[in-house]
Design a protein around this ligand. Structure first.
Ligand code: NZQ
Ligand code: ZN
Length: 390
């Protein structure tokens, strides 16, 4: 097990009926004026936004609203948000939505606290030391941004989708009411299941030395998500299934399933340029296509670990004479599960044909970037992974 620092400071308020407490909690974190940030309308339609504003009003907290965050959140709206917060004297950002709304709020917080454009941190590859406090009312179990130290945004001038990683961007408080995810479509539920699994799987396959406790926590989470995923797709109002998915979304990306491991996240980096260039591709759908292909590509470097996952999570019988057969069977079972929950598993299903590969790989390998994985992943290796996903 490698040395590690584990600090997950987000206060989690979990369960039914928590909305009336939002205003008071925000006050306890020093909120004086709030930016209420949300997406394209789902939180309005469900009535959640009204519940949030009622709670802010009863706590005597003034707020300004900025809706319209699009999936793969755009820098142009983030810049508007920073200007609005400066004008209005906002000191607390409340995201009501999924990963895109949270990440947009985090980027506004970075701009506000550092007096600069958040993209500067991406260009200079430095981590911001400060972020204005962010709170989250989660409506979609997926990205894990409600407890993560990541912030992923898209520059709509050049279609580059990039992340900032900094302890400063972890939200101070997250309100997790599983009922707020009942209205999520089957497709977005599927994307969320995949993304949640991926945050743990990217930490599972790192090639690090033995980390048995971390592995078993990871496998437990994956099994729970596998089963709750099936249940939530079958019955969107299954409270326990939605609750499992919501808590797993947070735990999968707050680093608890990565303690003692080196975080590399190659599949996420490959996917981010797919959804950066193709705005219609949902992050989880891109991962469902890419992860099994990446696994096939690197399997030879960690056969026993892939076989372990196959046996412990996907119920494959161990072939002790030929562990690589078990490992491959596990990847097949994972693809079948993704299809079962309505996810695409080929580049074609994402609407990307081979003649579109160059445009995407160019972004990933910009400036000679090579991704860390079991082997360095440059242009040729990434193209081969796309081909394995055809
Ligand atoms: O905009 P609205 O109308 O709210 O609709 C959204 C959006 O169309 C809808 N939705 C959300 N909650 C709903 C709902 N529809 C009905 N009922 C509800 N309760 O779902 C659609 C997708 O929302 P989005 O926020 O984009 O999805 P997700 O949570 O999957 O977030 C994806 C973004 O997060 C980034 C991804 O790259 C992507 O940009 N990630 C952020 C991470 C982080 N900061 O730690 C880590 C992840 O790996 C990921 O990269
Ligand atoms: Zn993800």
């Amino acid at each position: 097990m490698n040395n590690f620092v584990f600090c997950t400071p987000t206060k989690v308020i979990f369960g039914k009926g928590i909305e009336p407490t939002i205003g008071e909690h925000l006050r306890s974190f020093g909120a004086e004026k709030v930016l209420l940030h949300y997406g394209g309308g789902s939180a309005k339609r469900s009535g959640l936004l009204d519940q949030v504003t009622a709670s802010l009003e009863s706590a005597g907290l003034p707020y300004v609203e900025l809706g319209g965050v699009a999936p793969n959140p755009k820098l142009s709206l983030i810049r508007k948000g920073i200007a609005l917060c400066r004008e209005e004297g906002v000191n607390f950002l409340l995201a009501v939505g999924g990963g895109s709304v949270i990440d947009s709020a985090k980027a506004i917080g970075v701009g506000l606290a550092n007096g600069c454009d958040p993209w500067d941190f991406i260009e200079s590859k430095t981590a911001p030391a400060k972020c204005a406090p962010v709170g989250v009312v989660l409506t979609l179990s997926a990205a894990g941004s409600e407890m993560s130290n990541s912030d992923v945004i898209t520059n709509d001038e050049n279609q580059l989708k990039r992340g900032i990683t900094s302890e400063a961007v972890r939200p101070v408080v997250a309100f997790l009411n599983p009922e707020n995810t009942y209205t999520v479509s089957k497709f977005q539920t599927g994307c969320g299941i995949v993304d949640t699994m991926m945050h743990t799987l990217e930490r599972y396959f790192t090639g690090d030395a033995d980390c048995d406790l971390t592995d078993r926590l990871a496998e437990g989470l994956l099994i729970a998500v596998r089963d709750a995923g099936r249940a939530a797709i079958a019955n969107p109002e299954d409270y326990n299934a939605r609750a499992t998915l919501m808590w797993a979304s947070s735990l999968s990306h707050n680093d608890v399933t990565g303690c003692g491991k080196n975080r590399k996240f190659p599949v996420h980096k490959i996917e981010h340029d797919i959804s950066g260039v193709h705005d219609n591709v949902a992050h989880g759908a891109g991962l469902a296509v890419l992860f099994p292909a990446w696994a096939e590509y690197v399997l030879q470097y960690d056969v026993m670990k892939f076989a372990q996952l196959a046996v412990r999570v996907w119920g494959v019988e161990m072939n002790f004479d030929h562990p690589e057969v078990t490992a491959r069977e596990g990847i097949r079972a994972m693809r079948a599960y993704f299809r079962e929950i309505g996810m695409p598993t080929t580049m074609g299903e994402l609407g990307i044909s081979p003649d579109g590969y160059e445009e995407i790989v160019e972004k990933t390998t910009l400036g000679g970037t090579v991704l860390k994985s079991y082997l360095p992943l440059g242009r040729e290796e990434i193209l081969e992974i796309y081909r394995l996903a055809e």
